[in-house]
Design a protein around this ligand. Structure first.
Ligand code: AMP
Ligand code: ZN
Length: 114
């Protein structure tokens, strides 16, 4: 747990979030500023600053997060497709420095991203 991390506070229950998904390693909840009809955030319970800071020991956790995103997409009935995004570092547009996946769906996505 990192004391000034908003996502650690959600894991700890200090900031409310509607946990649409939870298991022993991660939780999923709606983004507070949704960019699509479905916009969920999936985070590991462990504080990892970013994908760039993930270590070899986190390999299975990283796979677990992707699998959780696929489960959530099925639960949310995103049958036509969806997008999983991991903003990383300043150039990646990361604003919350606790590794997270965005699961976006419910509309057609564009490419290239902004
Ligand atoms: P990123 O720009 O990839 O770091 O994404 C961080 C995301 O977290 C943004 O889309 C924010 O809207 C979202 N966010 C920040 N605080 C909260 C919160 N308390 N509950 C839900 N989502 C949040
Ligand atoms: Zn954290």
């Amino acid at each position: 747990m990192s004391a000034d991390c908003v996502f650690c506070k959600i894991v700890a229950g200090e900031i409310p979030a509607n946990r649409v998904f939870e298991d022993q390693l991660c939780i999923g909840f709606p983004d507070i500023n949704p960019q699509a009809p479905t916009h969920l955030i999936i985070i590991p319970k462990e504080h990892i600053v970013s994908q760039a800071r993930a270590l070899a020991e986190h390999k299975s956790l990283l796979g677990h997060l992707l699998a959780a995103a696929a489960d959530l997409a099925r639960l949310q009935k995103l049958d036509k497709g969806y997008r999983v995004v991991v903003n990383t570092g300043d150039d990646g547009g990361q604003t919350v420095h606790h590794l997270h996946l965005h699961l976006l769906g419910g509309r057609t996505m564009h490419w290239p991203p902004g």
